[in-house]
Design a binder for this molecule. Structure first.
Ligand code: FES
Length: 147
């Protein structure tokens, strides 16, 4: 589905802009600037407001990025439980740093705040799906699901 079709689908819904942005990201993994402009037009808001929403929330990206978004929680409980070692292993396995995407366009690596799953730290999500008690040894298996 194109971003135009997605935006049109959410045009009459309350909270439609955020819902539309989520749906576009599920489809394209980021919010192209053209989609932000289209959103402003369809929702009849200034472009600055549509852009403001797109850049305010950390889960949205207006920069092109890898198809599968890996987000590692960096809040204190996950940090104490070894998120740093997981991050180092992820960067090595993917060959990228936080904020980058793999050359094949398959993965983007980001950090997140607590995702409310502190009972099973460290936690990472891939496209919003959580993985618990993650360790460097578990990463190959997790990533293989998305290759
Ligand atoms: S601190 Fe990581 S899930 Fe809560």
């Amino acid at each position: 589905m194109s971003y135009k079709e997605i935006i049109a689908k959410y045009a009459d819904k309350p909270g439609g802009i955020i819902e539309a942005y989520h749906a576009i990201q599920r489809e394209m993994s980021y919010l192209p600037i053209e989609a932000v402009g289209e959103t402003a037009e369809v929702f009849k808001v200034p472009v600055s407001q549509a852009y403001g929403v797109a850049t305010f929330y950390s889960m949205f990206s207006v920069k092109a990025r890898g198809k599968n978004i890996i987000r590692l929680c960096e809040s204190a409980p996950c940090h104490v439980a070894g998120a740093e070692e997981v991050l180092a292993a992820l960067e090595k396995e993917l060959g990228i740093k936080v904020g980058e995407s793999t050359a094949d366009g398959k993965f983007a690596l980001e950090l997140s705040e607590c995702v409310g799953q502190c009972q099973a730290t460290p936690v990472l999500t891939v496209n919003g799906k959580p993985y618990f008690e993650v360790s460097p040894a578990k990463l190959t298996g997790i990533l293989a699901e998305y290759k």
